[in-house]
Design a protein. Structure first.
Length: 401
């Protein structure tokens, strides 16, 4: 997958660069072709100008001055160039052949055209025509195609970016799912192995006769079985969310009562680690329309996380306050904290904060994802505030329905 992504990215970039080069080449080629066509067209116009001038020359006395020559030529040029809608920004002079020109203009700014004026009455001079090299004039003729092709290139860039982003996301999801399967396999192996060993011991005649040992192994099997059930239920809950079949059963419940029950259930784990948990349930109204089972899971999940990511003795605080026509529940710990770059990702499916390439704690990366989905299903919101080395605070808001 990684190799294919790199190849696809490389080929896409090469294709994009190639399209840009072709676009630039096409614009330059069209510009040059337009200039060549313009020059050829002017030469044809000058042939007509020469004929018209010679026709007028036969009616003019040879004593006419150069001033009248210039006026007649200016009239003919102006008429021809305007009629064919060419550029009117030009200069010219009529000079004897092989004589020096009086007008001196920069070659880069002007096109220089010459036309011999050989008339039947013996008139023999050269017309020098200078037309401003107006680049905008040539670009305007291909502007619509340039805009259209540029628009197509922009669309191609957007499509390329989208495809690369999609491939990167697919690569990321493939890696996350691979990590999830590996992690889940590891998580399931431990209780299965423990149950297997305890079962074998129970089948031993000596253990069966020893009631104390039999009870101990039976307790181990029961606890590991509950652990397996919990893991499977969590995965099943996420699957229900994904296929849209998850249902919540709204009932009227006392938020404070359920929090106290959850605290009581988890206090044994905290006591085992010589920690402490404090509650400040100060909300004036604690009766809300919530799903009892899912609400208990939310509180339990967040408290378990607080214990899991606490070094040494866990210190957890749970509080409630009335907030914006609802209730705000805060669960705070003094644990290791979460880096800022992970704050926006911890509620994503399968995401787990890592240290280097090693996960420091067990889990599937589904707990906080489940919590967020359940809170949102109740019309609430969840936020997290955290500082590395100082701990984290999760705030859940439930509106009054």
């Amino acid at each position: 997958m990684k190799s294919s992504y790199k190849k696809m990215s490389f080929l896409s970039i090469i294709t994009f660069v190639g399209v840009l080069l072709l676009q630039a080449f096409w614009i330059m080629d069209s510009y040059t072709e337009r200039q060549a066509h313009f020059k050829e067209h002017i030469h044809n116009v000058l042939d007509e100008v020469s004929k018209d001038y010679c026709q007028s020359q036969t009616k003019i006395h040879s004593s006419d001055t150069a001033i009248y020559e210039k006026e007649r030529m200016d009239s003919i040029l102006n008429l021809k160039l305007i009629q064919i809608q060419e550029l009117s920004n030009y200069q010219f002079e009529i000079a004897d052949q092989n004589s020096k020109r009086n007008i001196k203009l920069e070659k880069k700014k002007y096109f220089h055209f010459t036309e011999d004026l050989k008339c039947a009455n013996g008139y023999n001079k050269t017309l020098h025509l200078y037309i401003l090299n107006d680049k905008s004039y040539f670009i305007s003729s291909i502007l619509s195609w340039v805009i259209l092709s540029s628009l197509l290139i922009i669309i191609s860039i957007v499509a390329l970016f989208y495809n690369l982003s999609f491939l990167r996301q697919q690569k990321k999801m493939a890696q996350i799912k691979s990590d999830f399967i590996s992690n889940m396999t590891h998580e399931l192996k431990t209780p299965i192995a423990t149950i297997s060993v305890a079962s074998e011991m129970l089948m031993n005649d000596k253990v069966i006769d020893d009631r104390k040992k039999a009870n101990r192994y039976a307790t181990i099997i029961h606890e590991e079985n509950l652990r397996l059930k919990k893991l499977v239920n969590r995965v099943m809950q996420i699957a229900l969310f994904e296929n849209g079949t998850m249902r919540i059963s709204i009932k009227e419940l006392d938020v404070h009562k359920y929090i106290e029950q959850s605290v009581k259930a988890i206090k044994m784990i905290i006591d085992k680690r010589e920690g402490q948990i404090n509650t400040q349930l100060e909300a004036q109204s604690s009766i809300y329309q919530l799903d009892p089972s899912h609400f208990r899971n939310i509180i339990t999940n967040l408290m378990e996380n607080a214990i899991k990511y606490s070094k040494g003795k866990p210190e957890i605080s749970i509080s409630t306050v009335d907030y914006s026509e609802g209730i705000l529940i805060s669960i705070e710990d003094k644990g290791i904290g979460i880096e800022k770059k992970y704050i926006d990702k911890i509620f994503n499916q399968f995401f787990r904060v890592e240290t280097g390439n090693v996960h420091n704690t067990k889990g599937f990366g589904l707990g906080l994802y489940y919590v967020r989905r359940i809170v949102e299903a109740h019309g609430g919101t969840i936020k997290v505030y955290s500082t590395i080395g100082e701990g984290s605070r999760f705030e859940i808001y439930f509106p009054r329905l």
